[in-house]
Write a protein that binds this ligand. Sequence first.
Ligand code: CU1
Length: 532
Amino acid sequence: MAHELAHGGDDHHHAPSYGGMVRWLTTTNHKDIGLMYLIFAVTMLLVGGSLILAVRAELFQPGLQLMQPQFFNQLITLHGLIMVFGFAMPAATGLANYMLPLTLGAPDMALPRLNNWGFWILPPAALMLTMPFLLGIFGIGPGAVDTGWTMYAPLSVQSGWGMDFAIFAVHMLGMSSILGSINVIVTILNMRAPGMTFMKMPLFAHGLLLTAILLIVIMPVLAGGVTMLLMDRHFGTHFFSAAGGGDPVLWAHIFWFMGHPEVYVLLLPICGLIPGILSAFSRKPTYGYRAQVYAMWGIAILSVVVWAHHMFTSGMSVPGQLYFMYSTMLISLPLAVLFFCWIATVWRGSLSFEIPMLFALGFIILFGWGGLTGLVLADAAADPQYHNTYFLVAHFHYALYPTTVMGAMAGIYYWLPKWTGHMPNETLGRLHFWLVMIGFNLTFIPQFLVGLAGMPRRIPDYPLMFSEWNMLSTVGAFILGASHLVFIYVVFQCIRGGEKAQAKSWEGSQGLEWTVPSPAPYHTFDQQPVIK
Ligand code: CU1
């Protein structure tokens, strides 16, 4: 089934055809690899989601019901690392692999073997990250990394050997994303269809290009950081130990130099993807193409100079606080340009609300709240009040869930007809969307409220006064979890059959050139066989 799906398209490489596992291990076809990335990402989404449902179950009531604090810490840490590195980034790389060559009019990614290598680093890395956790459940070893996904020193210097596994996993995940990024950049620079200048390229490609550049800037820094951490842990250095002349705050700087741009790494591919969907279902061209390109560049450049807004409470000079506050707030300008263009694209359009459009609009609404609450947190005077509370947790979930999960879902639903030849079930797809909207808001609105009231994050117990909101939040989380099962059912159903997709899969769709200003450049799309 998956075999047919990936081979439905053209195979330009005419590689010797192996069967079974060997074929998937050795494939250099961008659709095969894109598909494997997507399957890996959705698997990790379910794993990371299950971990946090255990956390929410513990937080259903005050007191310790289900687990000890150390196990709780492992759950929240793995949830963060798995969702960012195991789900969100591979999901974007999967969409990039599958769709980027098609939107550029290229036969494949520029470096197909590198592409294969980049993917196959991921499963061992995921195993490396989760193995100590599984061993820990069976009573072997100290369990998984339990420092929170930020791996702050000095805790991470002293934590058990789950940390060492996490360090190696981070190295491998970083290597994988650097390889993927090199491939995206080379493909975009060299393999565009004749006549497709930079400013005629789909916004999707612009988003992926910026993401790739950002990843190459930030991932080596994190790799250096975790290497220093490894040295501190085992080889007698004192980079992060105040007693030895080092500084634990140095770790926070290194981490957030990666961690803040990472948010935009996750956002930018979706900023490239959403305008095309909005345009298709509004039956209008994308509004403000140039403005969106420049805004995305602005966001990418600003994103690497604002990292210490995560550290207002770790002791910073007033000029430092002012700089990081204003530079952070400055990002809202290019983001507002994007929001304006998205709204202007649908404004007075002939709208219809099929599944991808629902997810695209849901993304705009929820991500808007993520952005606005981010402005609150960026205020250096207000931040000490909210730092390390559930207000922050709710904020970054409003920023990241719509971008990564809903963005990926919008893209997957949008392209499912093209990939499988069938339309997804509209009723179930809408059910999925509304379960997401209800479940997500029910989970995180209460977290804003308990956060404002002072409930700290990363602690398995809490005072009685927070009980009701936490109960609601847990109920919401389980609804949100269930929504993903509906999604998986719809995808399987769509692969196996259903209403036949037309050449223009969605009624308003303009085909593959959805974000290219007219006239569309020369391309080879119509010579590629239709997926049956
Ligand atoms: Cu940040």
